[in-house]
Design a protein around this ligand. Structure first.
Ligand code: ADP
Ligand code: MG
Length: 431
């Protein structure tokens, strides 16, 4: 059954395709961190398993495709997917073939000889410069490998690349989203379509300028917005508070003021830190000081939210029904300034509402806090999950929209073909 994203927008899923004994190319996100030529964290490989295992259970011929790092259109040995293939083979308990180039005769030969239930991993698709340029020629060549196309790479859904967008135009049998993509879209849609009175957003992290669009959209959607992290000091400075040596984006003060005004106009409860943890310099070794006021002394910088802010934020979190958190509350990489982020993690874990965490560092923070299992959804896509939450984005992220559109086109073409066949005079056999 397709996932209904809005009354007339359906996202088809891999279960809607009849892939048994057929070729299916799955775009996965195997962009995993490597160390000394080995996979350092296999979270993304594990996240792709349900879709791959489903396709294998259907006895499909499975071709996998992913990018890894930024080879910038060249063959970079250190960015080969070979170590990923090894880990994957372990999980699937079967051989994973690897092509030496993403495209070309070698890959074509392997595809032609692929048998039901076999897995072929194409080499890093970004070894081709056409990938990130959404090059038509590359898209066509990739599409020529397969009958069906499944996109399960939510982490790159916000990019229009040849392997995520261009390729869909040249697929004729069927296109769909994989399980990971579907799960992400379901969770983030719940945030996007939440009733204003129920929605609370916690936003933090490094910069206002990184998150302008999502800040604006969450202020327009949510009932309560809590702001922490370094970006809080830009907001505090915009309100005229003293911020000492804290990281303030001077070129964003006007923007911060207009966001504060927008919140007031929309009657949104926007809360900023009322106290802080700080130090005299940006260093893990510096002595931690509690700053028991909104204002930060001239010789100190804010590096985390303080205990009163934790209480204030936690109370608001306890009342909300639908919650989204992006961006750490402090420099959580240093244990002394992880307190604020871990307290938010705890408050999210204890919430009876629907809780979603999105963003690279915030996801790391929730895992390190040990609370990841107690929240409703931890998004695997940093940039993609943020963009999804921007106003009017959602299902219109390029990688998702491409599937929805192509699915409609394919169905229309198939309908037309069927009508033509039905309209043709029946041939009666001659005795
Ligand atoms: P996410 O990846 O979850 O979207 P960001 O990348 O925006 O989050 O922000 C995370 C970074 O912000 C972390 O590296 C963290 O150390 C930094 N940060 C948070 N609070 C502060 C602060 N008060 N001062 C300096 N850096 C901070
Ligand atoms: Mg980050």
């Amino acid at each position: 059954m397709p996932v209904q994203l809005s009354p007339n927008v359906d996202l088809p899923t891999i279960e809607d395709l009849d892939i048994s004994g057929r070729l299916v190319l799955i775009r996965v996100d195997f962009n995993t961190p490597l160390k000394d030529g080995k996979v350092a964290d296999d979270t993304r490989i594990r996240a792709a398993l349900p879709t791959i295992e489903y396709a294998l259970k259907q006895n499909a011929k499975v071709i996998l495709m992913s990018h890894l790092g930024r080879p910038k259109g060249r063959n970079v040995d250190e960015l080969s997917l070979a170590p990923v293939g090894e880990v994957l083979a372990g999980y699937l308990k079967r051989e994973v073939l690897l092509s030496d180039r993403p495209m070309g005769e070698g890959s074509a030969y392997l595809v032609q000889n692929l048998k039901d239930g076999e897995v072929l991993l194409l080499e890093n698709v970004r070894f081709h410069s056409g990938e990130t340029k959404n090059n038509e020629h590359l898209a066509k060549e990739l599409a020529a490998f397969t009958e069906f196309y499944v996109n399960d790479a939510f982490g790159t859904a916000h990019r229009a690349h040849a392997s995520t967008v261009g390729i869909t135009q040249y697929i004729h049998e069927g296109v769909a989203a994989g399980y990971l993509m579907v799960e992400e879209v379901r969770a983030l849609s719940r945030i996007q379509h939440a009733h204003r009175s129920e929605l609370l957003a916690v936003i933090g992290g490094a910069k206002v300028s990184d998150k302008l669009a999502v800040l604006r959209s969450l202020i327009l959607k949510a009932n309560t917005v809590l702001i922490g992290g370094a970006m809080a000091y830009t907001f505090l400075a915009a309100q005229g508070a003293k911020t000492g040596l804290s990281r303030v984006e001077l070129d964003q003060l006007d923007t911060a003021r207009s966001l504060l005004a927008l919140a007031q106009e929309k009657n949104v409860k926007l809360l900023l830190p009322v106290d802080h943890l700080g130090a005299t310099e940006f260093s893990e070794e510096s002595e931690v000081q509690t700053i028991d006021s909104i204002d930060i002394p001239d010789d100190l910088m804010g590096l985390d939210i303080g205990p009163k802010t934790i209480e204030l934020f936690s109370e608001a979190i306890a009342k909300a029904k639908v919650l989204i958190w992006n961006g750490p509350m402090g420099v959580f990489e240093w244990p002394a300034y992880a307190t604020g982020s871990f307290a938010i993690a705890e408050a999210f874990a204890q919430s009876n509402g629907y809780t979603v965490i999105g963003g690279g560092d915030s996801v790391r923070a929730i895992h390190e806090s040990g609370q990841a299992e107690h929240v409703s959804h931890v998004s695997t896509g940093g940039g993609a999950s943020l963009e999804f939450l921007e106003l009017d984005k959602g299902a219109f992220l390029p990688g998702i929209e491409a599937i929805i559109k192509r699915d409609l086109e394919i169905k229309q073409l198939q309908d037309e073909l069927n009508q033509e066949l039905a309209a043709q005079p029946k041939l009666t056999p001659i005795d």
